[in-house]
Design a protein around this ligand. Sequence first.
Ligand code: NAP
Ligand code: MG
Length: 485
Amino acid sequence: MTATLNGSVEVPTGLWIGGQWRDGSDGTTLPVDDPATGEHLADVASATTEDAVAAVDAAHAAFGPWAARPPRERAEVLRRAWELMQERFDDIATVIAMEGGKGWDDAAGEVRYASEFFRWFAEEAVRANGQYGLSPGGDKRIISLLQPIGVAVLVTPWNFPAAMATRKIAPALAAGCSVVLKPASNTPLTALLLAQLLADAGVPDGVVNVVPSTSSGSTVGAMLEDPRVRALSFTGSTEVGRVLLRGAAEQVLKCSMELGGNAPFLVFDDADVDAVVEEAMIAKMRNGGESCIAANRFHVQRGIAEEFTRKLSERMAALRIGSGLQPDTDVGPLIDAGACADVDAMVQEAVAAGARVVTGGRPGDGGPSYYEPTVLTDVAPGNPILDKEVFGPVAPVSVFDTDDEGIAAANATIFGLAAYVFAGDRGRAMRAAERVDAGMIGVNRGLISDPAAPFGGVKQSGLGREGGHEGIGEFMEMKYIAVDW
Ligand code: NAP
Ligand code: MG
């Protein structure tokens, strides 16, 4: 049960349940294609509800012994997983680039980022302690301890197929939980490769299970209904997140939700325009714009808006699009032709509402999944593109006059994942950062993700935090013991 990618990279294609590769119980498979070339890469076993329950059986059986292992032992397994990711770096990047349609730098960047969750949570595994204290009345000792919550269901999106998985698996295993991962249907191969890597790192059978599925709703639904499951960690769209929160309500599961974003990129008129453009390229174009924290709309103060738009457009127009495995390309395709059509529809709708295309504005040459890096100007308040998560290489630029207007425009959204604020005067930037409603804010910088920092959103962008000191807590529960002696 393997496929060979790019002539030499062996990738498993079965379901990974209880330490065994299996076919789906009804024999169905899931096709995986390379969006850069349209090439068919593999057929992966597709889990049924029966397979999902078998994965929960395996996770449930493995939970007790794994939770009982000393934290240091769990840490060492995670540390080994980090080392193996360095050793297998190019193979993992190749699989990400091919099934995820990423440029090579984006794929390599993801392997580095994804691997760091193993190293970080190896370090956190030995520090998940509670507290001990005397009650105010002096009548008892108050002891609080943190214990692993149990079997966790993890559901991940296609845009960071490795990092979104490791950002959940690493803290769950550090806490002492066992997991069943349902990866996105576009990108199951990276998850299966990671399953193999974790087994090689010494993760016991059943602690990590991976069940790609053509029927995500029923597969995940069967697990959420299973009384042995205690937690759900989801990364994906707000729309699907709402459905899963309803499903999780039945058994009152602990939920961690990393949902959609609509990040404002706010630029005040004392900012250094060249430096801002540099950071804008990172915030917009990391992963070709297919990132939940991608700068989604640029709000620029009037005095520098024209210069910013011109310089950003020059940089965007110079990007070379193509497959991540070809040398000299900067940006990969979108995840599929449908995503490309969605982005084009958003651009056309924005233009119909008065926006003007400065560069791009149409599908790119080379295949049905490419879109030209695009800059739109004259995007007036109320233009529909400002309300949507673009998820592609499109930068709408909107102009504001006063600082208050800029901050109000930034906050005019149901989302609150990331935001970016730029000003020459850092006090001005920090004051704005305190007033912008987002879980994460880049001040004078476009790159914010860090495994050591708490990642997550406010408003309809989610619940909970991943990474940082907080991430392990999503997989633990606090127990309070009152003692009198
Ligand atoms: P999606 O459509 O919500 O899918 C995410 C995952 O949920 C996939 O594994 C998908 O499986 C599964 N799924 C879909 N419908 C389901 C259902 N009814 N029941 C159970 N599972 C279901 O999101 P996406 O298109 O893959 O990813 C893009 C979205 O993710 C964007 O909105 C982006 O902002 C968000 N995102 C957020 C973060 C964050 O940290 N906040 C990070 C990355 C991405 P299938 O693939 O089989 O449909
Ligand atoms: Mg892509």
